[in-house]
Design a protein around this ligand. Structure first.
Ligand SMILES: NC(=O)c1ccc[n+]([C@@H]2O[C@H](COP(=O)([O-])OP(=O)(O)OC[C@H]3O[C@@H](n4cnc5c(N)ncnc54)[C@H](O)[C@@H]3O)[C@@H](O)[C@H]2O)c1
Length: 438
């Protein structure tokens, strides 16, 4: 099949490269000329493990190309995927669909033969109808069908998620579109990946429901963590104790500083707004959004408390800036609000992240970037672990402590054992764990 991917970001680039790897001919299009130029030079604009090799091989073998020319890419495509951003709209939390609609207009003008236009971006219920209306208004005579194919990949594991998905959801209202979508994903049929054909609106809502459920699971365990702290229980063990129940499952039960990233915050907000619009409120998700927002402030308060109630003039070392490990994505990363709040408390910030510092630098004023975790900790009054990169899991606590002004470790990801930290003389504070005295 000949495919065009509109938008070559985290989702478009990974999906385009994986679909090329299945044997399709894919052109990844972006209006960001700089991004396309870099891709054409063989540079990968994002950090995603394995993507470099996949892109290089498929480009070399002639199945994958990059362009800013949407019209040319769309003209001879069997299917055109829309994978542009749908950020939160400023002010009201609804999904900003301006990029999707702009892409739809351009696609409409470029259609030449029967083409399936597939929304891969996460979009509110009814967006497929609007995409169809826009294309129809631009080109009343065009032969096309609009499908919804939400993407469930996770940054950091995006390639294996795309190639070995738990499921593929495809919303279609048209038999021809169903046939084209089946052909595109045929290599995965062979792998026995469950493919769920639904109506278009159902597919659109399924994506939000999935993200909202996962955000709720994280928020649930975060509240349990607060309760554990209050009553002297250990949230790690509570999570294990409930997660072994198959009806609950152990994933997404890691207490921490609150969810962030490019999807959960904006998608939970957008679902809440959609539900309000249709007068069918999702009160659980409303609570999730509010609790997660409050949690950000609470984490800075934890650092303040462990440091004796004042951070004025103190140096706080922050390990991990990206919203999770194995990505350079800084969108709504918990580190951003944490650092801003610590600075308001008067702290000086030193920070280190294995891959995210280039993306983080423009977002973080007045932060000193270190060259490794030990450099980061030097002369610090406290060390705060914000992102659980593997590189932070086995630090030499003795050496770290020796470099610091005082041995205080705030472990927002619970990657160290309180007794181990205490053995090295640290005052340790995790999330939802009993405190060990130094
Ligand atoms: N990032 C994830 O982990 C993830 C996972 C699943 C779903 N999604 C969803 O996928 C969508 C894309 O997310 P992303 O993280 O890849 O975003 P992104 O910001 O990394 O990429 C979007 C790209 O689209 C380009 N673009 C915008 N308008 C365009 C146009 N008219 N023509 C051509 N290119 C255009 C932008 O320049 C940008 O490069 C969002 O709806 C998101 O919610 C993201």
């Amino acid at each position: 099949m000949r495919l065009a991917m509109i938008g070559s970001g985290y989702v478009g680039l990974v999906s385009g490269a994986c679909l090329a790897d299945f044997g399709h001919t894919v052109v990844c299009i972006d209006k960001d000329g700089d991004k396309i130029e870099r891709l054409n030079r063989g540079e990968i604009p994002i950090y995603e493990p394995g993507l470099d090799e996949l892109v290089t091989r498929n480009t070399r073998e002639g199945r994958l190309s990059f362009s800013t020319d949407l019209a040319a890419g769309v003209a001879d495509a069997d299917a055109v995927f829309i994978a542009v951003g749908t950020p939160s709209r400023r002010g009201d939390g609804q999904a900003d669909l301006s990029y999707v609609y702009a892409a739809a207009e351009e696609i409409g003008a470029a259609l030449r033969r029967f083409t399936v236009v597939v929304t891969k971006s996460t979009v509110p219920v009814g967006t497929g109808d609007e995409v169809e209306r826009i294309i129809r208004s631009v080109r009343p005579e065009a032969d096309f069908a609009v499908a919804s194919n939400p993407e469930f990949l996770r940054e950091g594991a995006a390639i294996s998620d795309f190639k070995r998905p738990d499921r593929i959801v495809i919303g279609v209202e048209d038999e021809r579109a169903r046939a084209v979508m089946s052909e595109i994903y045929r290599p995965l049929f062979l792998n026995a990946a469950p493919i769920l054909f639904t109506g278009r609106r159902t597919a659109e809502l399924t994506k939000y429901a999935a993200n909202a459920f996962l955000a709720m699971k994280i928020t649930f365990i975060n509240e349990m963590a607060d309760l554990c702290e209050a009553v002297g229980a250990d949230v790690q063990e509570v999570a294990k104790g409930i997660g072994l129940d198959n009806r609950i499952g152990s994933k997404f039960l890691h207490a921490g500083p609150g969810y962030g990233g490019s999807c959960f915050p904006k998608d939970t907000r957008a679902l809440v707004e959609t539900a309000r619009q249709y007068d069918a409120r999702t009160r659980i998700i409303e609570a999730v959004v509010n609790i997660n927002e409050e949690r950000k402030g609470a984490m800075a308060g934890k650092v303040l408390r462990v440091c004796g109630g004042s951070l004025e003039g103190k140096t706080i070392a922050v390990l991990g800036l990206t919203f999770k490990p194995n990505t350079d994505d800084m969108r709504e990363a918990p580190s951003l609000s944490l650092i801003a709040q610590l600075r308001r408390y008067g702290a000086n910030i030193r920070a280190f992240d294995p891959v995210g510092m280039e993306q983080a630098a423009p977002l973080l004023d007045g932060v000193v970037f270190a060259k490794d975790p030990y450099d980061c900790a030097t002369q610090a009054d406290a060390l705060v672990i914000v992102t659980e990169w593997d590189a932070f899991r086995a630090l030499d606590l003795g050496r770290l402590g020796g470099l610091m002004k005082s041995r205080v470790l705030v472990d927002l990801r619970n990657i160290y054992r309180p007794d181990e930290a205490a053995r090295h003389g640290f005052r340790y504070e995790g999330v939802g764990r009993p405190r060990a005295r130094s």
